[in-house]
Write a protein that binds this ligand. Structure first.
Ligand SMILES: Cc1cc2nc3c(=O)[nH]c(=O)nc-3n(C[C@H](O)[C@H](O)[C@H](O)COP(=O)(O)OP(=O)(O)OC[C@H]3O[C@@H](n4cnc5c(N)ncnc54)[C@H](O)[C@@H]3O)c2cc1C
Length: 506
């Protein structure tokens, strides 16, 4: 057995080929100074790398353990044969100034593009502006359907749906059942893979709070008033010129320059605790388990898995709550086509039930640096469950499916597809189903009582529908907590504000 003790204040590691051995150095609670900290960070996505970077600025180093071979997590930029594309498309937009400042600290301004946003909904062979514009939507629907939609909206005002805790009830009450069915139901069910009645309204509240048909109409009729109150439903956004992965690749370099370690392909398999604190983390790298002693653990791995790998394990009811959390997985079929066969939108929502793809990106519209001369790359997005028919299909079959669906939609000529690539992303979306809140509460309570020095951060780390900014912010505040502050991390991103709405002056 070889013992590897890292230098500086990074966590102490003990490597073994057999069963995990007890570490050589006991972890101790922090005595206050950054030098005393042995922080182990699980995951090199936005939250994990942000935590490491912020610690580094305070003079503390950390060990980041990342299961994958690339950094950035869901915010990575995939690269295939020189084509770069996102998992989804990652806009950089935030109301949190500290995060905005951090983005520009990590990357120079010259690496950011300010991109115009264009997105539409494809439904029934027609395109509708998104965010929805009442006049455009009503025109696209035709006079008869438009009248029926307005009638259905008025009916919802008179007789609001009884159950507004579900996505269906919540949106129908604000837009009427008919518009809900046209513009919200199909896509939402594609995203989540379950009936919209089973999705909690929390998701809608985070996405479309404050918007209703009457407000949307008012905004359209009274543009001046609208401009004063709401400056944007985001007409432009920042974007690193080589994609979001660029930010996290750079952040990794900065973190390593600060003296921290980023260990790739090191999947965390156990978090050891004793005496009411986490004391070490085991990760498997090259088939060999390595134990890292820790005074603090920042975890961006899915909170359900974190609880399941606790050593000793939590009681059965806590494990049952962990088992009760579910996820929606995601895969992208990236197709290279001539630039002329692309479209001006950054992305198009495909509500049409005749195809399985839910959304399609044109990465050439995101950044000219992602694509090559004369050609663009379209990202066809499929919302799936790990292990289902699409997830387990051969890449070649998925590329063929993508081509067929492009043809069915009339969006691009499949004969002109030059190359195709598939990227799968497990656990892309934490599910907001009927029991998620209660399950998360059980896990949170147990972690706080049993291992208060474990800090769940980020998106799956907290089972919260966080974008990069809120994922990063939870990491920033957790670092402050490690250094003595007392922030309530769980209150980040709970205010149910429409996340794309920005008040003038903000
Ligand atoms: C389709 C889609 C589109 C999106 N669009 C946007 C957007 O436009 N703008 C935006 O800001 N955000 C967007 N997001 C959200 C954004 O991707 C996430 O908020 C962000 O990546 C979360 O960061 P994180 O560090 O919390 O988690 P992740 O990105 O999930 O990173 C977690 C890391 O932990 C690692 N890990 C997991 N388990 C282990 C283990 N056992 N051991 C070691 N490592 C482990 C993973 O490999 C991963 O690298 C989008 C998400 C999706 C799915």
């Amino acid at each position: 057995m070889t013992d590897t003790t890292t230098t500086g204040t990074t966590a102490t590691a003990t490597t073994g080929t057999g069963p995990v051995t007890t570490g050589t150095e006991a972890a101790v609670p922090s005595t206050g100074g950054p030098d005393d900290l042995k922080v182990v960070i699980i995951g090199a996505g936005p939250a994990g790398l942000t935590a490491a970077y912020q610690l580094g600025k305070e003079g503390a180093t950390a060990t980041v353990l990342e299961a994958d071979s690339v950094v950035g997590g869901i915010s990575r930029t995939a690269e295939r044969d020189g084509w770069r594309f996102d998992i989804g498309g990652h806009r950089f937009f935030t109301k949190v100034k500290a995060v905005e400042d951090l983005w520009h600290e990590i990357l120079p301004d010259s690496d950011f593009l300010l991109r115009p946003r264009m997105s539409r909904i494809y439904y029934n062979g027609k395109f509708f502006d998104y965010p929805l514009k009442p006049m455009n939507a009503l025109k696209g629907l035709g006079v008869v359907e438009a009248v029926l939609c307005v009638g259905s909206y008025l009916w919802a005002r008179i007789r609001p749906p009884k159950d507004q805790t579900s996505f269906e009830g919540w949106v129908s009450s604000r837009f009427g059942n008919r518009l809900y069915r046209i513009f919200f139901k199909t896509y939402t069910e594609k995203v989540w893979g379950v009936p919209a009645t089973e999705i909690k309204a929390d998701w809608a509240a985070q996405r479309i709070k404050n918007l209703s048909l009457s407000k949307a109409v008012l905004n359209a009729i009274l543009p001046r008033r609208n401009q004063k109150e709401i400056t944007s439903l985001i007409e432009e956004f920042q974007y690193p010129k080589h994609g979001p992965g660029m930010m996290w690749e750079r952040c990794r370099e900065l973190v390593e320059a600060q003296g921290s370690k980023v260990v790739m392909e090191a999947a965390v398999t156990a978090v050891h605790h004793q005496g009411g604190r986490a004391v070490a983390v085991t990760a498997t790298h090259d088939g060999r388990p390595t134990r890292y002693e820790a005074t603090h653990v920042v975890s961006s791995m899915p909170i359900s898995t974190l609880v399941k790998i606790m050593d000793p394990p939590p009681p059965p009811e806590v494990l049952a709550a962990a088992g009760g959390l579910s996820y929606r997985d995601f895969l992208t079929v990236a197709l290279v086509v001539p630039e002329a066969d692309g479209f001006p939108d950054n992305w198009i929502y495909v509500h049409d039930p005749k195809v399985r793809l839910g959304r399609i990106q044109n990465f050439g519209s995101w950044s000219p640096y992602l694509v090559k001369e004369g050609r663009t790359c379209l990202g066809l997005e499929y919302f799936v469950f790990e292990g289902d028919d699409l997830w387990t299909s051969d890449d070649a079959d998925l590329v063929e499916l993508g081509k067929r669906e492009l043809a069915a939609l009339g969006l691009a000529d499949p004969a002109k597809v030059e190359a195709g690539y598939v990227v799968r992303m497990p656990k892309a979306y934490p599910m907001y189903d009927g029991s998620y809140k209660a399950n998360v509460a059980v896990l949170r309570q147990w972690l706080e009582a049993s291992t208060p020095n474990v800090y769940p951060v980020g998106r799956n780390g907290m089972h919260k529908y966080n974008n990069q900014d809120h994922s990063m912010y939870t990491a920033m505040l957790s670092v402050e907590n490690i250094l003595g502050a007392d922030h309530d991390i769980w209150s980040v991103n709970v205010e149910a504000k429409y996340h794309e709405e920005k008040k003038a002056g903000e």
